[in-house]
Design a protein around this ligand. Sequence first.
Ligand code: NAD
Length: 492
Amino acid sequence: MSARAMMETARNSAQALREAGLPARLVELHELVHRLRDRQEEVVERIMADTGKTRTDALVSEVLGTLDCLHWLVSKGPRYLEDEKASTPLALLGKKSRIWYEPLGVVLVITPWNYPFHISLTGVATALLAGNSVILKPSEHTPLKGLLEELLDGLPLLASSVQVAYGEGDLAEALIDAGPDKIVFTGSAPTGKKILRQAAEQFIPVELELGGKDAMIVFEDVDLKRTVAGALWGAMTNSGQSCTSVERLYVHRSIHDDFVARLRQEMDRLVLGSGDDGNADLGAMTTSFQYDIVQRHLDDAREKGATLHGGQGHESERMITPALVTGVTSEMALMKEETFGPVVPVVPFDDEEEVIRQANSLPFGLSASVWSRDLRRAERVARALGVGAVSINNVMLTEGNPALPFGGVGESGYGRTKGVEGLRAMCRSKAVLIDKQSGTIEANWYPYTREKYRLFTDLIRGLFSGGLSAWVRFARAGLKLESHSQKPRDGQ
Ligand code: NAD
């Protein structure tokens, strides 16, 4: 089917979905949660086959993460879609104010290859709950062909409201040309820029979830065992192919050498394997181009004088042994570009100000983590970081809570997915003001007269001065204005 035909189908189903109402959508979304729970092992197999992830990465980050998000959506989401009362100012006494959250229409969800199930399904379900029909354009490298359709099969409302567009970037471009009401994009910064340019031509709003170069900051007072284990997992999970993985590890100089020695020891214990039965820690690189990028970063660091531990490549299996890099400088690609692989560069620091400056020195700002027993210091540093999310004494954990908004700053994108903000991003808020039918003319309507001008001046003073006398002044001016509003212009 052509992109235009898909858009037309989506427009028709959007209308039906909207008319069906939230309760009907919820029934089917609940059923989707149950299906995913019951078919988790089959889904894990499909994810492993497309990505080369370990079984545990596929189960925990993809299936459990998705179930968590879907569960939040069906249990907490509906209250944020209800009509809301808003306050009405004194000057508009007697009127009612409301906010209605309405569907946008058709949402185009474009997703990457690193968490092809979690990111796709969460985006699709959020859009559906809010009442939109969806076209999903998954990554051509990890299409999970037919899986979403199978999960939705027999759920008439959702199945008819979701279409999966299998293809490459040019298909996504054609779909944007066909004019969706919103684009939710997760992927690289260069593609994000292209999408923004194209969307601008049609004023299509875009949520942009792009790459990162996340910092982990470790102060001298941490528990070394826990923090080393956190650094290891944060850098290596999903073989480092996570937008929020630890890509720069800053460790206080007083514990740096001990920390590095322990990290190295723990790293050497990691088990590599893909197609495993649950006992491998690191899987394959999902694509050969990402394998090449990681090798390029390691070669560049080596050439510029860094010390490498690990990092051996096995090209035919797209496997890279975990790498720890010391002696790095800001000139190395490893310290300024997204590596997206099982590599952790470690940098010593001496004080808080210096490490904040270093962490904030790149155009990216997705997430970060700060580790210290001194929670006041950790919070102070967390507030100073130019990122969209910070975990304190944990790593990548903001993503683990679907109630929290997710998104970056700077070249990591803008807009938020997940949480209330993510759900409302799939809605169009409509402001509503309700007044009674009566013969009254509003004071600010025509005719404008000198007397009304004087009374408005009085009303403003009364309204914004505070105190009892001001309140009386406001009430008097208000009453007079009301009676004057019925009168014709002076001299008529
Ligand atoms: P990518 O930008 O190459 O591709 C992402 C998607 O965009 C794919 O579906 C692709 O087909 C599509 N696409 C390609 N060209 C397009 C075009 N011209 N117009 C519209 N769509 C087009 O990214 P990737 O390599 O698949 O994913 C890795 C990147 O995603 C990394 O930078 C990673 O950090 C980022 N990422 C970000 C988040 C986040 O939430 N911030 C999460 C996961 C991944």
